[in-house]
Ligand binder design. Structure first.
Ligand SMILES: Cc1cc2nc3c(=O)[nH]c(=O)nc-3n(C[C@H](O)[C@H](O)[C@H](O)COP(=O)(O)OP(=O)(O)OC[C@H]3O[C@@H](n4cnc5c(N)ncnc54)[C@H](O)[C@@H]3O)c2cc1C
Length: 390
């Protein structure tokens, strides 16, 4: 849709996917406010089937932070959402489902793409094939950190969890998991929730993340309904990420997403829109190169925000997570901004000067938060290998 919006001729476009839609896609399905704006902008309407939430809650043993955005968040079943999105373009663009790309090689002046064993040539390839897609691997472009996530559906049981919020608990950090646990209302029934854990550094084994998730859900009072705890990787954006070679760009998770929460739906739509504009400009000039592609993306609003999220992730999931948990949950100005309802999640880079200045004043008044270990209210699980230094 971004390519059509950018003015690329629909007859020049071909969408290829190895799956048949609706296809299974492991995802919490949460779309924060800026994503909802983008959906309305690109598709002119809200995709059907959302559970609507009104705020995000960040919490840990150190404290709690309500994040109120300028508008609601939506939670989707990704299989249905993606099928709906594909149907919107199907009417205008050629779509080949159940077609696997097995090789992408540079030709003389075009890319040679092997699909189901047949080679076709294309002037441009836009790789939107996810965290470990073939486009990145074949083009040799370097990517960001790969994280690991697991998720399953649970019944509410005795848990006291409202359905109008997205819940993010950073206490897994205390257990050696550099990430957070989430609880989102499920689209599949009033009594159902999606619960998962993100390891934003890909350090903890899938087995340990599964064990943590089950124990975490039980601790909150949720009931396991026998749903499989599935796992999937995520690739995060950072300044070193490369996304362009002549005649080829990466978008979505192939390019990289928000390193702090692993939010991918909105960043993917942003990187797709950015790429579509640049490719259309290159087509207008009959060129296959886009000068300073990566640095222009980094300077864009989305790039600057992804940079900010990556810096926060480096700190919270890095060497001194306890100090940074205290910074995050005790920063007065951040709490005020988050609760004001005038901004959006992932859009704080513009507030950096005031955050730094006001935090410096707070530190001068109260001192620097301790880096000392915070004892977890232990969840019965195997000790993860990702050891945290205090
Ligand atoms: C457990 C989990 C929970 C998450 N929760 C959230 C959330 O709540 N909110 C949020 O915003 N993000 C979330 N994310 C991240 C989000 O799901 C991704 O960032 C987002 O789906 C990326 O979109 P994409 O289109 O780039 O890639 P994908 O959605 O991965 O799509 C890639 C497509 O490429 C196709 N493909 C791959 N290889 C080939 C090939 N060789 N040939 C042909 N086709 C191919 C696949 O079939 C697939 O359809 C979550 C991720 C995980 C793992």
């Amino acid at each position: 849709m971004a390519a059509l919006r950018a003015g690329i001729d629909s007859s020049d476009l071909l969408v290829v996917d190895k799956a048949k839609f609706p296809r299974p896609k492991l995802c919490g399905g949460g779309v924060t406010f800026r994503g909802t704006e983008l959906f309305r902008d690109l598709y002119g309407e809200q995709p059907p089937g959302a559970v609507v939430t009104t705020y995000l809650e960040f919490r840990s043993q150190v404290g709690k932070l309500d994040v109120r955005e300028r508008g609601a968040q939506w939670v989707y079943d990704r299989a249905s959402l993606d099928a709906w999105l594909l149907d919107r373009v199907r009417a205008r663009v050629r779509v080949r489902e159940e077609t696997t790309v097995s090789a992408i090689e540079p030709g003389v002046d075009r890319w040679r793409v092997t699909m189901d064993g047949v080679v076709e040539e294309f002037a441009w390839v836009i790789g939107a094939d996810g965290a470990n897609g073939i486009t990145r691997r074949a083009s040799g472009l370097t990517g960001g950190i790969t994280g690991r996530l697991v998720e399953a559906t649970y019944e509410v049981g005795d848990a006291d969890m409202p359905r109008d919020r997205l819940d993010f608990d950073f206490d897994p950090i205390l257990e050696g998991i550099p990430g957070y646990a989430w609880v989102f209302p499920s689209c599949h029934g009033e009594g159902l929730f999606q619960i998962g854990v993100m390891d934003g550094r890909g350090r903890v084994s899938g087995e340990q993340l599964r064990s943590f998730t089950d124990a975490y859900a039980a601790k909150l009072g949720f009931k396991n309904i026998g749903s499989k705890i599935a796992g999937w990787p995520e690739r995060y954006w950072d300044v070193g990420t490369r996304a362009h070679r002549p005649g080829l760009v990466l978008v979505g998770e192939a390019h990289g997403i928000d390193a702090l929460l692993g939010e991918g739906i909105a960043p993917s739509m942003f990187s797709a829109s950015f790429a579509a504009e640049r490719v259309r400009e290159a087509l207008d000039r009959s060129e296959d190169r886009i000068a300073f592609y990566e640095s222009r993306f980094a300077a864009s609003e989305e790039g600057r925000n992804l940079w900010f999220q990556a810096r926060l992730a480096d700190r919270l999931y890095g060497r001194h997570p306890f100090r940074w948990l205290r910074v995050l949950f005790e920063m007065e100005h951040l709490r005020a901004l988050a609760g004001a309802g005038t901004d959006a999640y992932g859009r704080l880079v513009g507030h950096m000067p005031s955050l730094v200045l006001k935090y410096a004043a707070q530190v001068m008044r109260d001192g620097l938060p301790s880096a000392g270990a915070i004892q977890p209210a232990r969840i019965a699980m195997d000790r993860p290998r990702g050891v945290v230094e205090s």
